[in-house]
Design a protein around this ligand. Structure first.
Ligand SMILES: [Zn+2]
Length: 131
């Protein structure tokens, strides 16, 4: 049976991290605060953080709401154009990697199905009455 936590999130046996109000990376001092890697989750360190909302603040900053699909963390922060540009390039790189993997898996599945079809034809398992 599923339960829900205080935030209404379902607990189906997996531990769900409670979202934090501010990105943890902003709480740290030093270079990471000034130029954080937005693709890395400050809670679980997974490199899957995605933007879910963004708006321009002034001329060179963006208010970006981020979400980690691995642990459920969400947070909003204001980041410099340079940081957001680097995040955008990382998202593009991830998209290309996913597309490449999708093409490879699709091709492997089609090859497996084709091989099975050929074997069925060679074994006379497919007859005109099948069509
Ligand atoms: Zn996370």
């Amino acid at each position: 049976m599923d339960r829900t936590d205080d935030n209404g999130a379902a607990d189906n046996g997996r531990r769900i991290a409670k979202p934090r109000a501010t990105p943890p990376r902003l709480e740290r001092a030093g270079a990471a605060e000034r130029d954080p890697d937005l693709s890395v989750c400050g809670t679980c360190t997974a490199k899957f953080v995605q933007p879910i909302d963004w708006s321009l603040v002034g001329r060179e900053h963006w208010r970006v709401t981020l979400r980690c699909p691995n642990c459920g963390w969400e947070g909003t922060g204001v980041f410099a154009q340079e940081t957001v540009d680097r995040f955008d390039r990382e998202l593009d790189r991830g998209t290309r990697e996913l597309s490449k993997t999708l093409r490879r898996v699709t091709r492997a599945c089609m090859e497996a199905e084709l091989e099975q079809f050929v074997q069925a034809l060679e074994s006379d398992l497919i007859l005109p009455s099948d069509f």
